[in-house]
Design a binder for this molecule. Structure first.
Ligand code: GLU
Length: 554
């Protein structure tokens, strides 16, 4: 009579190495006390999702702050869902965000580190060694059920109103005799391999999750598939083998994996591998028409990291935002440590949200505005250039044609205690400042300038002509403003709002109306950066030239 060993040898005749060999080849890491080994395990099914950026960044920080290892493992066992080129793009995008793995998949056919290969499709042999050992122990078996049979089973279970799945009395192939299984294999019947569960769904398992705390879960009793017909393992089995032999200490992953945890615990226990620590991250949600839902790749632009990069959100704005959703105490820390690098913030699992993190675009914008406003103009210029070179080449060309000019524009109301916060992203800059460039200014439609209809064109013209003749840009901002007030008074406008409000009849308007005329004349717009700086940056010649152009159009 054949035994489990014979069955294992028939299924894997070429596998001679053992689990012990793997233990030797991938020995426990020599780590300092408390050092965490954490992985990011993307499936190459598309570009980086905002949720994946969140988990990879947070995982990276946890590993780094503990003095541990962060590695990338490519989970490419689902060949049907694979998108070509996406693995390399994922790794590249991580590096854009300053996430530099210590080990792992680098690019096609290139790994870094001694615990590889870090690409699951290249680890078939390792999985088979482990599965062979399970078959030898009688804890895995070949299943010959066809898709039709499984569908039939599901229908019966629905009719009987019992828990669906392949388990206990419903696991037909579980009870095949070894001889029969061998005979069917020899007969070339197709099969897959299932795990033989010893669990019972009436039992509970207790587990401590680093984020969710103490959990009580239903024990697994499903004989899950561990090896598919394509010779690759399912997620559950690959997780077991990889996280054990890559010597992960903390499995950080999305909370959508929590329901499968009992399977994983049973797999680890059965293999005799020590259980790992788990931290299940909150899923990133958004409020859509008052309803909370998962951020969706199909529906939401902000679900894709490339959206933020194309728009020119600064990397530090995005990452700091992710820290605010990662840890509830981040913002308080930031307020107390305004000058400090955000990478100095120490993340903790127990400050993570328990019920889904809410994504808030306005918040990313306000954080980015704040951070951009506090950058030195020269530093910001480099960031904008790098972005523009990739996404807005004409803007890039303008910047490099006269970099000091661009820097002086960026410097408008920047180096002060409360700098102006005009820009949430690099793409906000050009529309606000493009009028500085003469060709843009000249292409304005001067007949459609938005003059205040309450003031006659003749009046406007007189004010502009007067300013043309009196212009003085060598003054301080205060003195310059005095000159604008004097201009206002000369033309019957109140030199301050209060005065005008008290006695509107006696004035044509107020100093704000006069400034608006100058602003429209020089920028073509009702809103612009501080007019004094606009003028001083343009310089007397250009200001006069522009006034002249506008006066002619009136
Ligand atoms: N490849 C899995 C995913 O993309 C990874 C889950 C995990 O981190 O264990 O969802």
């Amino acid at each position: 009579m054949a035994d489990y060993k014979d069955l294992a040898n028939i299924i894997f005749p070429k596998i001679t190495a053992t689990v012990e060999d793997l233990e030797k080849k991938y020995p426990p890491r020599k780590l300092n006390e408390g050092a965490m080994v954490i992985r990011f395990a993307p499936s190459p099914t598309g570009f980086l999702h905002t949720g994946s950026l969140f988990s990879s960044f947070v995982s990276y920080r946890f590993a780094k702050q503990s003095g541990g290892i962060f590695y990338v493992r490519l989970e490419d066992t689902d060949t049907k869902r694979e998108v070509e080129g996406s693995a390399d793009a994922l790794v590249e995008q991580l590096s854009v965000f300053g996430i530099h793995p210590d080990e792992g998949y680098v690019k096609e056919n290139r790994d870094l580190g001694a615990y590889g290969p870090y690409q699951q499709s290249k680890r078939a042999e390792i999985y088979k060694i482990c599965i062979k050992s399970l078959i030898e122990k009688g804890r895995a078996y070949p299943c010959f059920c066809t898709a039709d049979e499984l569908q039939q089973l599901r229908k019966e279970q629905e009719a009987q109103k019992v828990i669906p799945g392949y388990y206990g009395p419903y696991a037909k192939c579980r009870n095949l005799s070894i001889d029969e299984a061998i005979a069917r294999i020899k007969n070339h019947e197709p099969y897959i391999i299932r795990f033989k569960s010893m669990g019972n769904h009436e039992n509970k398992v207790f587990f401590h999750d680093e984020i969710k705390g103490d959990l009580e879960l239903t024990e697994n009793d499903q004989d899950i598939v561990i090896l598919k017909s394509d010779g690759l393992p399912t997620y559950h089995f690959a997780h077991l083998v990889d996280d054990h032999f890559m010597r992960t200490t903390h499995v950080t992953r999305g909370e959508e994996w929590l329901p499968s945890l009992p399977i994983h615990l049973e797999l680890f226990d059965t293999m005799g591998f020590p259980r790992l620590k788990y931290a299940h991250y909150p899923v990133i949600m958004k409020i859509d028409n008052g309803v909370r839902r998962k951020l969706s790749k199909r529906k939401d632009l902000e679900a894709s990291v490339s959206y933020f990069l194309e728009e020119g959100y600064p990397i530090y704005g995005i990452l700091e935002y992710l820290l605010t959703i990662a840890n509830s105490n981040y913002e308080a820390w930031r307020n107390d440590h305004l000058e400090e690098d955000y990478l100095n913030f120490k993340l903790s699992f127990d400050k993570m949200s328990l019920d889904g993190a809410l994504f808030d675009l306005a918040k990313i914008q306000s954080i980015s505005k704040e951070r951009i406003a506090h950058k030195k103009a020269e530093v910001l210029c480099e960031e904008v250039k790098a972005w523009a070179l990739k996404y807005q080449k004409d803007f890039y060309d303008r910047i490099v044609a006269d970099e000091p000019f661009f820097i002086s524009i960026l410097n408008i109301e920047r180096n002060k205690e409360k700098p102006r916060k005009d820009y949430a992203k690099y793409s906000d800059i050009y529309p606000i400042i493009s009028f500085f460039y003469d060709d843009v200014y000249r292409s304005l439609d001067f007949n459609r300038l938005e003059w205040n209809p309450a003031i006659s064109k003749t009046e406007i013209k007189e004010v502009l002509e007067d300013y043309f003749n009196q212009i003085r840009l060598d003054l301080s901002e205060e003195d310059w403003f005095e000159s604008i007030k004097a201009l206002s008074v000369r033309h019957g406008f109140a030199d301050n709002m209060k005065l005008w409000k008290k006695d509107k009849e006696s004035y044509k308007g107020h100093v704000g109306d006069v400034s608006e005329m100058l602003r429209i004349a020089l920028t073509g717009k009702k809103n612009s950066p501080n007019l004094y700086f606009v003028m001083t940056i343009l310089g007397t010649e250009k200001v006069k030239e522009r006034l002249c152009t506008v006066i002619k159009s009136l």
